[in-house]
Design a binder for this molecule. Structure first.
Ligand SMILES: Nc1nc2c(ncn2[C@@H]2O[C@H](COP(=O)(O)OP(=O)(O)O)[C@@H](O)[C@H]2O)c(=O)[nH]1
Ligand SMILES: [Mg+2]
Length: 280
């Protein structure tokens, strides 16, 4: 196997109303990986339903950097839905990763993850293990919500991952392709869906301390996002607990109603029925 730096790399950036934050991030990533990565590098921004000129900004920068392109969806498919669609491009690269559009993860920190893909099928940035560098602390309320979510996720899934929610992750193509049909969570709990699918399929996940800067302009609305993520985490757990899932199936309309009330995003319909069981 070629060393990670010589492999082709596809970086996805989910973006929703990011016209004010994304431009320097695109420039920094395209320049950094042109200069530091010898394999092919492609950066695809996955947008959906933006009400600002994010697409115009991306196209303007893409005219200068051929590695950059945009993939746009009209539907409100959320960050997870956008990544589910973006990960369908995995066949074009050896390594596939994603980072946030706000530059919370600097290019060299993402590069650290890429370089460790010779040790695991999935390498994730972690803000909560020794060696991590956090530049701006999250608000107390946000930190509390995130620790509660972490506790719930650990109780339900027992993956022993300290930071499932860091926006920087990279995987080998084979791993993505093996679990892609299990991805169905469109909201911010998408990462749990991804990691648990990989974990159940026996892929190795490596957590690496990362550098992270909280940026202003977050799209997270604490109450609604937290509740949606909690419901989605429970939903993933149920999907992997077939006995309970069958028992609770009559409650599906209630689940649909709650997601609608929370204005939670839904992924684009895939080839499989949402209520079918995962393969692994
Ligand atoms: N495509 C898409 N991206 C989204 C959506 N909501 C959030 N994002 C992106 O997800 C990333 C993380 O969002 P952000 O607001 O920075 O979250 P935070 O850093 O956890 O507060 C950013 O790149 C956002 O643009 C969405 O509905 N669709
Ligand atoms: Mg952010």
């Amino acid at each position: 196997m070629a060393p990670p730096d010589a492999q082709s790399l596809l970086l996805l950036i989910p973006a929703y109303n990011e016209e004010r934050r994304i431009e320097p991030v695109l420039r920094e990533y395209a320049t950094y990986f042109r200069d530091h990565h010898s394999g092919k590098f492609q950066l695809v921004v996955v947008l959906n339903g933006c009400r600002d000129n994010t697409l115009g900004v991306v196209n303007r920068v893409a005219a200068e950097f051929p590695a950059i392109s945009a993939l746009e969806f009209a539907e409100a498919i959320g960050k997870g839905g956008a990544l589910i669609e973006g990960l369908k491009l995995a066949l074009h690269a050896d390594l596939i990763g994603y980072v946030d559009a706000d530059g919370a993860t600097p290019p060299h920190a993402f590069h650290d993850l890429v370089r460790r893909t010779d040790q695991a099928d999935c390498v994730i940035g972690s803000r909560w293990i020794e060696g991590a560098v956090l530049h701006v602390e999250q608000s107390g309320k946000r930190q509390f919500a995130s620790r509660v979510f972490h506790f719930i996720v650990e109780c339900l899934f027992r993956m022993h991952i300290r930071d499932t929610q860091c926006g920087a992750k990279v995987m080998r193509r084979h791993a993505v392709e093996s679990i892609h049909s299990n991805l169905r969570i469109a909201d911010m709990a998408f990462d749990i869906n991804l990691l648990y699918s990989l974990h159940r399929a026996g892929f190795k996940i490596l957590e690496v301390p990362t550098e992270w800067t909280d940026k202003i302009g977050s799209k997270v609305t604490l109450f609604r996002t937290s509740l949606t993520m909690f419901l989605s985490a429970v939903r993933i757990w149920l999907v992997y607990s077939p006995r309970f899932y069958r028992l609770l199936r009559p409650l599906k309309p209630l689940e649909t109603w709650i997601y609608k009330k929370l204005r939670a995003p839904q992924p684009l319909p895939g080839p499989r029925d949402d209520s079918s069981k995962p393969k692994v």
